[in-house]
Design a binder for this molecule. Structure first.
Ligand code: VGL
Ligand code: ZN
Length: 206
């Protein structure tokens, strides 16, 4: 272990994939400066986990999979209300690959989520059917109690993951400067409020 690093802390880097970055199919907007901030965070933590949004063709979250629907419409599904997105992060494609600027070498685990056609998974912990990804089990078995989150999108996958972390009994912090939001109809402000209310610590400086 590198000197002084905490063994009960892990950094979870959410969905830093080409499709969510500038120029991608579902770009969160802004430039990619947040990736440099993430890379700097990886220097302060030895326990790194990456997640990847990883959808099959015809995934329930794709607007194109629903006749007459457009991106950002919502539909009711068996698992509740689903927001529809442009087709993104198709498993195995360049769009689903990690952004080339992201430092991946220290990652101990890569969690892929949204792999089942009928359920979305904004959270790194489980999909909308409640099926766990296995992340909580990994974290518990390795003794990680304090989790920091960064990546994309602050107002969707990052906030859902941090909220689920608190529900699962972990301490959760979001490094806002190392995140990027998409901000649809006030989703960013709403996510910040919900996270604050539920005990997620918001770090203004990465
Ligand atoms: C995400 C929308 C759809 C995210 C993933 O990573 O926040 N957002 N799939
Ligand atoms: Zn997705």
């Amino acid at each position: 272990m590198a000197g002084g690093q905490k063994t009960d802390e892990a950094l979870i880097i959410i969905d830093v994939q080409n499709d969510f970055c500038a120029g991608g199919a579902l770009a969160a907007g802004g430039d990619n400066a947040f990736i440099d901030k993430i890379n700097r965070l990886t220097e302060t933590c030895d326990n790194i986990i990456l997640t990847q949004d990883w959808h099959p063709a015809g995934h329930v979250s794709f607007a194109a999979a629903h006749a007459g629907k457009a991106a950002y419409d919502t539909v009711e599904t068996a698992a509740g209300r689903q927001i529809l997105w442009p087709t993104h992060c198709l498993a195995g494609t360049e769009g689903a690959a990690f952004h080339p600027a992201l430092r991946q070498d220290k990652a101990a685990l890569i969690i892929r989520k949204g792999t089942c056609r009928d359920y979305d998974a904004l959270s790194a912990f489980c999909d909308t059917s409640g099926r766990p990804t296995g992340l909580a089990g990994f974290l518990r078995e390795r003794g990680f109690e304090k989790l920091s989150f960064c990546g994309l999108m602050t107002d969707f996958c990052v906030s859902c993951s941090a909220l689920d972390a608190v529900k699962a009994g972990f301490k959760a912090r979001v490094a806002l400067a190392a995140c990027q939001a998409i901000d649809i109809n006030g989703s960013y402000a709403r996510a910040l409020t919900i996270m604050r209310r539920n005990g997620v610590e918001l770090g203004l400086l990465a």
